[in-house]
Design a protein around this ligand. Structure first.
Ligand SMILES: Nc1ncnc2c1ncn2[C@@H]1O[C@H](COP(=O)(O)OP(=O)(O)O)[C@@H](O)[C@H]1O
Ligand SMILES: [Mg+2]
Length: 259
């Protein structure tokens, strides 16, 4: 982690984003300290992906500021790396895992070809996610869980201080989700993580702090989210979504009806 001890990893003030006159993010204020592991949950269409894309400097807000380690988001792509919700590549495109991960170096590459250093960093990233043994496999042959790890490796080749993940376990078998979250916990020892998901029960177990987003952001620090906020956000009774959530998240709630 870079030596910028007292600067927040992320600082959002008064952020408004709209598309074609429809407000998607309204007055978002959020500070994420370095080393944090923040989960942001919220219903589909609530603006989670838009918020992450704003952090990457890919969206021009109507109002407000976003700072990444003290600098405007649009200047700072190299500090932040991203595992997108929907990858744009064709899964059947013939490309091997090793090459795919190496492509993460495109933003950092100095000459026309990848350097030995680029290859070393890509190899290291694959090792870090435990996928170096499948370097030669075609992307199309991977399971959902393997593919997500490879995408994390690709993001790591940017050597980011901040890692953003958008619904990373949506296509991962439940059996492999735990190990995927263990990987994220390991990575969190050396970088700030922001993870967005509509899956409250999965995410709330693993993150350090938890916020809710549905156009507005509800966050008071910690993992406590009141039943009122959840009901307001999801427009359904809490007991429909509370199954499996640690009692810390919904302290007064006992219901266990499946989502
Ligand atoms: N580029 C865009 N142009 C127009 N509307 C968009 C665009 N991106 C997102 N939206 C709209 O913004 C809202 C929030 O979307 P999104 O951020 O993807 O939510 P989430 O990730 O929480 O499901 C949705 O209504 C979506 O249709
Ligand atoms: Mg999304």
């Amino acid at each position: 982690m870079r030596n910028l001890d007292h600067v927040p990893a992320i600082e959002i003030k008064g952020l408004h984003v709209s598309f074609d006159g429809n407000t998607v993010l309204e007055d978002i204020n959020l500070t994420v300290e370095q080393g944090d592991y923040l989960g942001i949950i919220g219903p589909n269409g609530g603006g989670k992906s838009t918020l992450l894309r704003s952090l990457l400097g890919l969206i021009t807000p109507d109002r407000g500021t976003i700072k990444i380690l003290g600098h405007p988001a649009e200047d700072n792509h190299q500090q932040v790396s991203y595992v997108p919700q929907h990858t744009l590549f064709d899964r059947h495109f013939p490309i091997r895992v090793g090459e795919m991960v190496l492509m993460g170096r495109l933003g950092k590459r100095k000459g026309r070809c990848y350097s030995r250093e680029d290859r070393r960093i890509a190899d290291q990233a694959l090792q870090r996610v435990g996928m170096d043994h499948i370097r030669e496999r075609q992307i199309g042959e991977l399971s959902g869980g393997e593919r997500q790890r490879v995408l994390v490796a690709r993001a790591l080749t940017m050597e980011p201080s901040i890692l953003l993940l958008d619904e990373p376990t949506a296509s991962v078998d439940p059996g492999f989700q735990v190990t995927f979250y263990e990987l994220l916990a390991e990575l969190n020892e050396s970088m700030t993580i922001v993870l967005v998901s509509h899956d409250i029960s999965a995410v709330s177990r693993y993150v350090k702090n938890l916020a809710c987003l549905n156009r507005r952001l509800y966050y008071s620090g910690g993992k406590e989210i009141t039943a009122d906020i959840v009901e307001e956000m999801y427009h359904c009774p809490v007991d429909l979504i509370a199954h499996g959530i640690p009692h810390r998240v919904l302290p007064s709630h006992e219901g266990v009806v499946g989502h």
